[in-house]
Design a protein around this ligand. Structure first.
Ligand code: PGA
Length: 259
C-alpha cells in the first residue's frame, strides 16, 4: 500500500492564503504523487474553496475535526456528512491540540470517531500520543493503548476493517512542545517502530484481517520523512508545520513522484 501523507494546515493560513497554496499544490500534485496518497487538511473556513481546486489533482481533501451529530442545534459545529458534501474524504479526530486547547477527552473523541466512521466516503484518522512525562516514566504504552481503546470504543469490531491511527507523541509535535517550553523533536525511528508494532499487534489481535494504517506525526519534514515513512516504522506521516511551507511541500511531493 502507498504511504499516506496528511498535510495538516492547522489554523496557520488565512482563507486567501489557503486558496493560493492549494493552487500551487494542485500544480505540483497533478499525477505526480504516484508514490504516496496525499491529503491536505485546510481549516474549516477554506474547505469549500480548496476542494474544487484540488478536484482532478491527485490530492485529496481532509478536515481537521468534526462533530458527532448529523444536524441540529449545535452552534459552531460541522458534521461529517456536511464535510463529505464539501468534498472531504478524511477527517482528523482527537488531535492533541484539540485535547489540549479545547479540553477534548475520551467521551467526545469516541463520539466523533464513531460518527465519522459511520459516514460513507469519510475516513477518520484517530490521533493518539503520549506526553513527555509518560515517555520518560515508561508508561507511554499504557497511555496510547488507553487512547486507542477509548477512541474506538463505539465502533463495532466487525466494522473496523480499515482503521487509520496517527501516532503523535506530544513532545514531538512542534507546537505542542512549545507549550511545555521545549522545541519539538521527532521521536527516533527505533522508538517509532516499537510503537508501530505495538499498535499493529493490538489491532491485529482484535481483528485478524485488519489493515490498520499507522501514521507518524511530530516535526516531520522533507528531511526526515523517508526515515519515518518506511517499512516497519510507519505507513505514512501527519505533517503539520512543514506542510504550510511551499518549499517543503514541493520537496515532499518530489520525493514521492520519484517512487
Ligand atoms: P508538526 O505537527 O509537524 O508541526 O509537529 C504535527 C501535527 O500536529 O499534526
Amino acid at each position: 500500500m502507498k504511504p499516506l501523507i496528511i498535510a495538516n494546515w492547522k489554523m496557520k493560513l488565512l482563507p486567501a492564503e489557503q486558496t493560493r497554496f492549494a493552487r500551487v499544490l494542485a500544480g505540483f500534485g497533478k499525477g505526480h504523487t504516484r508514490g504516496c496518497s496525499l491529503v491536505v487538511c485546510p481549516s474549516f473556513d477554506s474547505i469549500a474553496s480548496v476542494a474544487p481546486i484540488l478536484e482532478g489533482s491527485s490530492i485529496a481533501v481532509g478536515a481537521q475535526d468534526c462533530f458527532w451529530e448529523e444536524r441540529g442545534a449545535y452552534t459552531g459545529e460541522v458534521s461529517p456528512r456536511a464535510l463529505r458534501q464539501l468534498g472531504v474524504s478524511y477527517v482528523l479526530v482527537g488531535h492533541s491540540e484539540r485535547r489540549i486547547h479545547l479540553g477534548e477527552g475520551d467521551e467526545i473523541i469516541e463520539k466523533k470517531y464513531a460518527a465519522a466512521h459511520a459516514t460513507k466516503g469519510v475516513q477518520p484518522i484517530l490521533c493518539i500520543g503520549e506526553s513527555a512525562r509518560a515517555r520518560a516514566s515508561g508508561s507511554y504504552r499504557d497511555v496510547i493503548k488507553k487512547q486507542l481503546a477509548a477512541g474506538l470504543r463505539l465502533v463495532p469490531k466487525s466494522t473496523r476493517a480499515r482503521l487509520i491511527i496517527a501516532y503523535e507523541p506530544l513532545w514531538a509535535i512542534s507546537t505542542a512542545a512549545q507549550l511545555i517550553g521545549t522545541k519539538g523533536k521527532p521521536i527516533t525511528p527505533h522508538d517509532c517502530s516499537e510503537v508501530y508494532y505495538f499498535l499493529k499487534k493490538i489491532l491485529t489481535r482484535e481483528r485478524p484481517l485488519s489493515t490498520a494504517v499507522i501514521l507518524y506525526g511530530g516535526s516531520a519534514t522533507s528531511k526526515n520523512i523517508c526515515v519515518f515513512v518506511a517499512p516497519g516504522v510507519s505507513d505514512g506521516a501527519l505533517v503539520g508545520g512543514a506542510s504550510v511551507e511551499r518549499a517543503e511541500m514541493k520537496k515532499i511531493i518530489d520525493i514521492y513522484s520519484r517512487q
